[in-house]
Write a protein that binds this ligand. Structure first.
Ligand SMILES: Nc1ncnc2c1ncn2[C@@H]1O[C@H](COP(=O)(O)OP(=O)(O)O)[C@@H](O)[C@H]1O
Ligand SMILES: [Mg+2]
Length: 270
């Protein structure tokens, strides 16, 4: 499988006075294009820290984070059509300053957090429009933007809510709007940090249905969760303990109701 992201020997420590705590400890992970990778681990094991390094939000001490992306990162409808596999570009976070990483993140990475952070004074439509307006160079123009937003909202059950404000939606609907906002620019990678952590069962299912559909469309996803049923929606689980990879489980193609995962987690004290 073609790799989108290759992490090698990644290490990040925090210093408080003379004490040093290593929160990401010699982590190596490869993520293939179109993969749906789940990161699990107890609270404080370093999952969010790892996700922030992958997003280029935080600096790391050692190791490498390397992205391999097509030279052109615009949505398919705006591509010139001359892109070739050989046009792939390698991006090494270790060689980039903060500004360059921020630009890279804006173009290539969508992020969804546990608490939906929709802007309360904007409607669903306006919230999803926002990243298109911030995109550099701006993505799509007037009516194309409207079509893209209506298309996504219709497909994912938010059409009748498109002109509502976040406070008029359920938690699950808000989270789905937040996910659509994160993928409207078609970032090659979507990072989700416990996106269903504050949702009930039914809402969780709707959010996971959306993520599975996006993944089937080719969206690469890395998702952090505490929830076994959520993890079972992925293709592979990476288990983190004290900042280290303590185990990996690749699901078989015919996932038999999470049995493999139950066994895998039991061995790790769940
Ligand atoms: N800015 C920081 N300064 C110092 N320690 C931090 C900082 N951020 C996180 N940590 C510590 O790193 C460890 C891992 O945290 P985190 O990545 O948030 O874990 P998780 O997401 O798995 O719950 C925790 O012990 C936490 O206290
Ligand atoms: Mg966390």
């Amino acid at each position: 499988m073609e790799k989108l992201l290759e992490i090698k020997n990644l290490t990040k420590s925090y210093r408080q006075g003379t004490a040093v705590s290593t929160v990401v400890n010699n982590v190596s992970i490869g993520v293939g294009k179109g993969e749906f990778v789940v990161i699990m681990g107890t609270s404080g094991s370093g999952k969010t820290s790892l996700l922030h390094l992958i997003a280029g939000i935080d600096k790391f001490d050692k190791g490498t984070i390397m992205y391999t992306l097509p030279g052109e990162v615009r949505p398919p409808e705006q591509r010139s059509g001359h892109g070739t596999p050989s046009g792939h570009k390698h991006t090494d976070f270790g060689q980039m300053n903060e500004k360059a990483k921020t630009m890279f993140r804006r173009m290539n990475i969508g992020i969804v957090f546990q608490q939906q952070c929709l802007i309360p004074d904007l409607t669903v439509y306006e919230n999803i429009l926002l990243p298109m307006m911030l995109g550099t160079p701006p993505l799509l123009c007037g009516s194309q933007r409207k079509d893209a937003i209506f298309g996504l909202c219709s497909r994912f059950g938010l059409k009748e809510h498109i002109n509502k404000y976040p406070s008029q939606l359920s938690g699950g609907q808000q989270q789905r709007a937040a996910i659509l906002r994160s993928v409207i620019n078609r970032p090659p990678l979507l990072l989700c940090d416990e996106p269903t952590g504050s949702l009930n069962r039914a809402q969780t299912k709707l959010v996971m249905d959306l993520l599975n559909e996006l993944n089937q469309d080719g969206q690469t996803i890395i998702l952090v969760t505490h929830d076994r049923s959520v993890a079972a929606r992925g293709e592979r689980v990476v288990y983190i303990e004290d900042g280290k990879i303590a185990g990996e489980l690749q699901f078989s193609k015919t996932k038999p109701d999470g049995e493999e995962l139950t066994h895998f987690l039991k061995k790790r004290g769940w």
